[in-house]
Design a protein around this ligand. Sequence first.
Ligand code: GDP
Length: 195
Amino acid sequence: MHIQNVEFLVSAVSPAQYPEPLIPEIALAGRSNVGKSSFINAMINRKKLARTSSKPGKTQQLNYYQVEDWFYFVDVPGYGYAKVSKKEKGKWANMLQTYFSERENLELALLIVDFRHKPTKDDIAMKDFFVHYNIPYFVIATKTDKVKKSQWSKHMSEIYRTLNLETVDQILPFSAETKEGREEAWEIITDVLQG
Ligand code: GDP
């Protein structure tokens, strides 16, 4: 996939700030520091367009990127960050609920998890959220470059079991470092957008 034009559009908190839903959008959810911005950058072959977060959980906003005139990538950052107050967490949960329940042009959610670790409670909650709101989703297990090939199937089945997925094919092993899984991720995206 060769992408030429990608533009950061806006950071949004409430529906009034979302861009017009004229093209489809794909949400990327995952805990802070899991590798969401690196995923976007690897997908569009840029080094630094999506800001890799220096302060986990600080920017509790939906960051919109427009890919050509084709679709929006929406970076949904930072759930489950321990240092955020209860009140902040409540605000955050409300914002997510509004977004996932109301956004009409949302066609796919990608849950980014760390290939090395068992998915967290927040990862499970996020996946349940997608099921509840009937949002097609796929799990991207990133940072595969940090795991020996001989250990891969063990990590795949742990993610599969912990997230209680229907099939292990719902998980795509990915690495922003080696670009493992990049072509397959584009296939998933094009299939959904053409479907
Ligand atoms: P975000 O907070 O989810 O946007 O996470 P970032 O994309 O900023 O990544 C957090 C850290 O993980 C950074 O230091 C990245 O360089 C590193 N990282 C992200 N993806 C990968 C990967 O596939 N492999 C390796 N080895 N490191 C990664």
